[in-house]
Design a protein around this ligand. Sequence first.
Ligand code: SF4
Length: 124
Amino acid sequence: MKRDLICTICPLGCKVMATYAHKKATAICGNRCPKGEAYALSEIRNPRRILTTTIKVEGGIFPLVSVRTNRPISRDSMRRVVKNLHNTFVKAPIEIGDRLAHGVSGSGSDIVATRSIPKKKAKP
Ligand code: SF4
């Protein structure tokens, strides 16, 4: 099988062509540096992505906080991770960069807040 990829490691965006069988690369060309080969191998064997989503907030000025994984996780595990996070609540206040969940997807990735959510003020 053949697969055309755009390497996303740096802004040059090399067009990398990978020939493979049973998730094993037999030829990789078009990359200008070794990182492109590593990228193509990862895409063939186990593509990984940074997951971005939202988590419900209790007691905050907004009902949701935007989050992302602190490292790429397997694309195959994304649906399961999002499903688990759907039932997760965190309490305000939340600061940008707070780690809100640990070890998601079994890969040691954490869920990190990408914005701050102050606590809702009580009505007088
Ligand atoms: S192959 Fe190397 S030079 Fe080309 S986009 Fe990837 S990292 Fe950049």
